[in-house]
Design a protein around this ligand. Structure first.
Ligand code: ATP
Length: 358
C-alpha cells in the first residue's frame, strides 16, 4: 500500500490543455475523489496516473517510487473503466485471472488469488458464468475483482457506477467503500457525481479547466468552500453579493440586496471589501412567533415566489427585498402559496464569505 503524489502535472493535446499543472497528495489506503464538470481533465489525470497517457511534464509517485516513465503494467495499478470492459467470451474466473496469467502467476497461487478477489466482491461460486449471464451490478463486481486480483498498490476507478441504475448505484457505493476498506488499498475515483463523492470520499479534489480548485474532506468542501465554483458545484446555494459593513463582537455584517447578513467569520476579509456570501437552502430556518430566530442570527422577511412540495421537503424560492433565496423546508406541514409572507433566519456559522466574482 502506498500513497500517490502528483507534482506539477501537465497534459496538453495540441492546443488544448487538459491538465494544467496539478499538485496532489493522495494518502495511502484512503479513498480519494477527483470531481469536476465534464471536460475538467479528471479522466486525463487518472489515465496519466495509470500510465495510459504520457504527461507533457510533471511527475507521479507511488509511495517513494517515481512511476512517471513506467508503462501501465509496471506501475502496479488496477483500473476499472466506465464500461467494465470484461471479455465476453471468457468466464468470470478467467476475466479475473487475466492479469495474473499475464504476470505468469503459478496455478495454485492464481486460483487462490482469484478466489480471494471473488470473495471480496461477494461473487463466490459464480466463476463459471459468462459476463452476459450477469446483472450490471455483478459485472461491475467482476471488473473490481479483476482489478484487485493481482493485489495492486493503487486502485483507479473511472466513473465505475455510471452504467448502473439508481438503486444499484446506491448499493455499489456501499460495496466500493467496504472493498476499499477491506483491501486497504489507495483508491482514486473519478466522478462528476457530487453525491457519490460526498458520501464516499475520505478526501477529494474539485477540478476546473485542468486545475485543482480545492482539496479536502467532503464536509470541509461542502461547508467551507473557498470559491463560488466549489460552493455551487457541490449542492445548491444562494449567492448574495455585498460589502462588509462591520466586523465586531456581533460577527461580520455584510450588506446585501437581501438586507444585512451576519457571518461568523470574514474569511480574512476586512470592512469595505466586496464579497459574495453563500447560504445553503437547508441552512435557512423558517421562523414564526412560536419558533423565533435565536439571538445573533440573520433575519429575512420575504414572500414566496414559488414552492414545490416534495413530500419530506419543500423547495421554496423566496423574494427578499431585491434578492431571492432558495429555501429547503423540512417536513413541510402547510402549503405556502405564491405571495405568502414568510420569515427566515440563518445561523452565522452557516454563512460562508467568499471572494466576489466578476
Ligand atoms: P468527462 O467527465 O466528460 O469525461 P473529464 O473531466 O474526464 O470529462 P477529460 O476527458 O480529461 O475530461 O478531458 C479534458 C480535456 O481534454 C477536454 O477538453 C477534452 O476534450 C480534452 N481531451 C481529452 N482527451 C483528448 C485527446 N486524446 N485528444 C485531444 N483532446 C483531448
Amino acid at each position: 500500500m502506498s500513497g500517490v503524489t502528483v507534482r506539477n502535472l501537465v497534459k496538453r493535446f495540441g492546443s488544448t490543455t487538459a491538465v494544467a499543472g496539478v499538485d496532489l497528495e493522495m494518502e495511502a489506503g484512503k479513498l480519494f475523489f477527483l470531481l469536476g464538470p465534464s471536460g475538467c481533465g479528471k479522466t486525463t489525470l487518472l489515465r496519466m496516473i495509470a500510465g495510459f497517457e504520457t504527461p507533457t511534464s510533471g511527475s507521479i509517485q507511488f509511495g517513494d517510487r517515481d512511476v512517471s516513465g513506467l508503462p501501465p503494467e509496471k506501475r502496479d495499478a488496477g483500473m476499472v473503466f466506465q464500461g467494465y470492459a470484461l471479455w465476453p467470451h471468457l468466464s468470470v474466473f478467467e476475466n479475473v485471472a487475466f492479469g495474473l496469467r499475464v504476470r505468469k502467476t503459478p496455478d495454485a497461487e492464481l486460483r487462490q488469488r482469484v478466489g480471494d478477489a471473488l470473495d471480496l466482491v461477494r461473487m463466490t461460486g459464480l466463476g463459471d458464468r459468462k459476463p452476459t449471464q450477469l446483472s450490471g451490478g455483478q459485472q461491475q463486481r467482476v471488473a473490481l475483482a479483476r482489478a484487485l486480483a493481482f493485489r495492486p498498490r493503487v486502485l483507479l476507478l473511472d466513473e465505475p457506477l455510471s452504467n448502473l441504475d439508481a438503486r444499484l448505484r446506491l448499493e455499489m457505493r456501499t460495496e466500493i467503500r467496504r472493498i476499499v476498506d477491506e483491501a486497504a488499498i489507495t483508491t482514486i475515483y473519478v466522478t462528476h457525481d457530487q453525491e457519490e463523492a460526498l458520501s464516499l470520499a475520505d478526501a477529494m479534489a474539485v477540478l476546473r479547466d485542468g486545475s485543482v480548485i480545492q482539496v479536502g474532506p467532503p464536509r470541509t468542501l461542502y461547508d467551507r468552500p473557498s470559491s463560488r465554483f466549489t460552493a455551487s458545484f457541490l449542492g445548491e446555494t444562494t449567492f448574495l453579493d455585498g460589502t462588509i459593513g462591520a466586523i465586531d463582537d456581533a460577527g461580520v455584517r455584510i450588506d446585501t440586496p437581501a438586507g444585512p447578513v451576519i457571518a461568523a467569520d470574514a474569511g480574512g476579509r476586512v470592512t469595505g471589501d466586496r464579497v459574495s456570501v453563500s447560504i445553503r437552502p437547508e441552512a435557512i430556518r423558517i421562523v414564526t412567533d412560536a419558533f423565533p430566530a435565536p439571538a445573533g442570527w440573520s433575519r429575512f422577511e420575504g414572500t414566496v415566489g414559488s414552492s414545490m412540495f416534495l413530500g419530506e421537503t419543500a423547495e421554496l424560492d423566496v423574494r427578499v427585498a431585491e434578492a431571492r433565496l432558495r429555501v429547503l423546508e423540512l417536513h413541510p406541514r402547510i402549503d405556502r402559496p405564491i405571495g405568502a409572507a414568510i420569515a427566515m433566519a440563518v445561523d452565522p456559522a452557516d454563512v460562508v464569505v467568499l471572494p466576489a466574482e466578476g
